[in-house]
Design a protein around this ligand. Structure first.
Ligand SMILES: NC(=O)c1ccc[n+]([C@@H]2O[C@H](COP(=O)([O-])OP(=O)(O)OC[C@H]3O[C@@H](n4cnc5c(N)ncnc54)[C@H](OP(=O)(O)O)[C@@H]3O)[C@@H](O)[C@H]2O)c1
Length: 403
């Protein structure tokens, strides 16, 4: 494999001074040199593998989404595959099965470093070695401490040419929840709200149906599908009687969670209808009559959490969710709950839907209550901002800076 040199027919690929990809070698600073066409082919195949990975969006947790493409020596695709669900074969195994004998001497593009350990399934590295592949191109090192470079090293030891880091940014973004979960051991938290142009999430009387149009609301259902769980505060259930399902899109329902310290919600609330696994988080002294009634409901669990200043302890909640292998959590309000998550430092991404409407009213709620910060210098800034028009509404999303 060529290394950085001054060859005339080669280019070191830089993007505004940033390497597009780095070598996964002991000399981490090495930058590979590609012939122009060769790199573009690798990027094209990796983008196809990323596309395949995304086909299982919302279905693979607690595993990441992974896609794989296999090409022969002329660059023709001879096999494709992706990981469908935890416990089922990994992307490489599905792609190898599709390629059959054609995998011998082939190049395998995979969106995450192949695994080297026995988890729910066997190690993909050994399968790749057994199939006799010549080269493995990977997008990003697996942050799972059980893999973390061991997969790529095992392939190299077996004499397979390895390139790592092709389309790395895209691969990291695709699995941002998994990368966070595996390194922080708690769910990746996204805050989501819909507000009017004057920054209100409900009218003065508490009504919030509907702030945005059908396109934005459909997108919000897609967000539910792509998170393991969704959470709201008691007041949101009382005002909206929300179902928190994915009925406007295809896909699994997330686990529904409601913060209700006294266990005071009516048992006929839609969130307690048994349509999806539901967790009611209560405090130290819930109403026993209501608690006993909720305990009888199908698909509804109660968890007791410690309280601080009359509010349920979110640290204890996060610990419990991590034990349940809930890797991502969509916080759907209301204002107090958003404020509590931000004050506690639990927010990795924000999805703000903005509708071209004005409601006014000094008592109408804004998206984030809680303590907030006293001066602009302490404002939480978002990075990697993206925006999208959804009907006549606008979605702005970004990562929080503190991660
Ligand atoms: N436009 C939107 O995107 C959107 C989304 C959601 C809601 N909303 C609107 O927002 C309004 C409700 O918001 P809200 O701020 O009044 O109430 P909320 O955030 O929905 O619920 C707050 C309540 O949750 C319980 N809770 C328990 N532990 C908590 C903790 N650690 N942090 C915060 N709350 C905790 C508390 O009740 P207990 O003490 O009884 O446990 C608290 O009073 C409604 O009008 C709804 O329509 C709008």
């Amino acid at each position: 494999m060529n290394r950085c040199n001054s060859g005339t027919d080669s280019k070191v690929w830089m993007r505004k001074g940033k390497r597009i990809f780095t070598a996964e070698t002991p000399e981490v600073l090495a930058v590979f040199v590609y012939k122009e066409g060769e790199l573009m082919d690798d990027i094209k195949c990796m983008r196809r593998a990323l596309e395949l990975a995304k086909m299982a969006e919302g279905d693979t947790s607690p595993n990441p989404m992974v896609g794989a493409v296999i090409t022969d020596s002329s660059g023709n695709i001879v096999g494709e595959g992706y990981h469908h669900k935890a416990g089922q074969p990994h992307a490489e195994i599905n792609a190898l099965a599709a390629a059959g004998d054609k995998a011998k001497g082939a190049t395998v593009y995979v969106t995450l470093e192949p695994c080297s350990h026995y988890g729910r399934t066997g190690p993909c590295c050994e399968a790749l070695i057994k199939a006799g592949v010549k080269k493995v191109v990977s997008a990003v090192t697996d942050p799972n401490p059980l893999v973390a470079g061991r997969g790529l090293n095992r392939l190299r030891e077996a004499g397979i040419e390895v390139v790592n880091g092709i389309c790395e940014d895209e691969a990291r973004k695709l699995n941002e929840k998994f990368f966070f979960w595996i390194t922080h051991k708690r769910p990746f938290v996204s805050l989501k709200y819909a507000m009017t142009l004057d920054g209100k999430i409900a009218a003065d009387g508490g009504d919030s149906k509907w702030i945005t149009g059908v396109e934005a609301r459909t997108y919000a259902h897609y967000l539910r599908k792509t998170h393991d769980a969704v959470i709201v505060g008691k007041n949101t259930v009382l005002h909206d009687d929300c179902e928190l399902t994915t009925r406007m899109v295809e896909g699994k329902n997330p686990v529904r969670i409601v913060l209700d310290s006294k266990c005071s919600l009516p048992v006929n609330s839609k969130i307690l209808n048994g349509e999806a696994r539901t967790i009611v988080a209560v405090g130290e002294e819930p109403s026993l009559t209501n608690l006993n009634a909720v305990k009888l409901l199908k698909n509804v669990e109660i968890i007791k959490l410690p309280e601080h200043d009359g509010k349920l302890d979110l640290n204890a909640l996060m610990k419990y969710l991590a034990e349940q292998e809930i890797t991502s959590l969509l916080v759907e309000g209301g204002s107090e709950v958003h404020g509590a998550f931000l004050d506690a430092g639990f927010a990795e991404r924000v999805y703000a839907f903005i509708a071209p409407k004005i409601i006014g009213g000094r008592n109408a709620l804004s998206p984030v209550g809680g303590n907030g910060c006293k001066d602009m210098g302490k404002a939480l800034c978002l990075t990697d901002i993206e925006h999208k028009e959804l009907g006549c509404d606008l979605l702005i999303t970004g990562r929080t800076e503190r991660d």
